[in-house]
Design a protein around this ligand. Sequence first.
Ligand code: NAI
Ligand SMILES: O=C(O)C1=N[C@H](C(=O)O)C[C@H](O)C1
Length: 260
Amino acid sequence: MWRVTDEQEKGAAEPIRVGVLGARGRMGAEVCRAVDAATDMELAAAVDQGDSLDELSAAGAQVVVDFTTPDVVMDNLRWCVDQGIHVVVGTTGFTEQRLEQVRGWLADRPGLGMVIAPNFGIGAVLMMQFAARAARHFESVEIVEQHHPRKLDAPSGTATHTARLIAAARAEAGLGPAPDATKDEVAGARGADIDGVRVHAVRATGLVAHQEVLFGTTGETLTIRHDSYDRVSFMPGVLLAVRAVGDRPGLTVGLDPLLD
Ligand SMILES: NC(=O)C1=CN([C@@H]2O[C@H](COP(=O)(O)OP(=O)(O)OC[C@H]3O[C@@H](n4cnc5c(N)ncnc54)[C@H](O)[C@@H]3O)[C@@H](O)[C@H]2O)C=CC1
Ligand SMILES: O=C(O)C1=N[C@H](C(=O)O)C[C@H](O)C1
């Protein structure tokens, strides 16, 4: 099984051959530029809708980076696992059920690694960690995610992941539901309910990717906010995962273990 060597990290050895899926998309195109610019990587294949996945194997891709859409990502991952290619996944739409399915596939391929992260922004990862830490200290919590209007899914993968982390921390601390006497006069007015945490999705031209986690308790509130103003913000995390995935057999969810 292929591994990233110290020499590769320093740019002294053969570069890591990276294939990009969703290469003509907003994120995929940015990943192609970042891989091209990295001295320890080589862009082996740039594949989008209508191209054949075989281009990845023919080009000898060692790691595939997937930024496609929730409806196609599982087929892509299945193919990569069958080919024995490590995968770094930024595409959203990962339910616990999907993650379990991926774990099952990887169990049959010892040594093969996959990193799935709802957000590769280092600041966003920290925002989620801080939110999970704050969760047990506050009676109320709501999440407001804000994105560009061409985003296909709502709520965002980041918001869903944050809500799950907060809900787990609240449950562990023995906190019940956040107080809320409001009756929804119009469906959706109070947002989506993810594991008991309200999540509101805003879409507006000019936005890229932003999230606020608003905590409240008697006499005080705490707002934790993260803003990605440019998709380059995700690239250090993506490149970190490309370098690490060959040394992480099985499924890694989130960037947190790679930052420790
Ligand atoms: N984890 C993270 O840090 C981030 C995750 N995302 C997620 O990444 C995904 C992509 O986002 P964007 O780049 O903004 O979307 P986009 O719509 O600009 O790009 C998606 C690309 O995938 C291509 N595609 C569709 N089906 C395909 C297939 N079967 N094979 C190959 N390519 C295919 C499309 O033609 C398109 O070029 C979304 O799920 C989004 O939520 C976005 C930003 C950061
Ligand atoms: O579609 C996007 O743009 C983003 N998608 C991810 C998500 O759904 O959380 C990450 C980031 O918010 C940008």
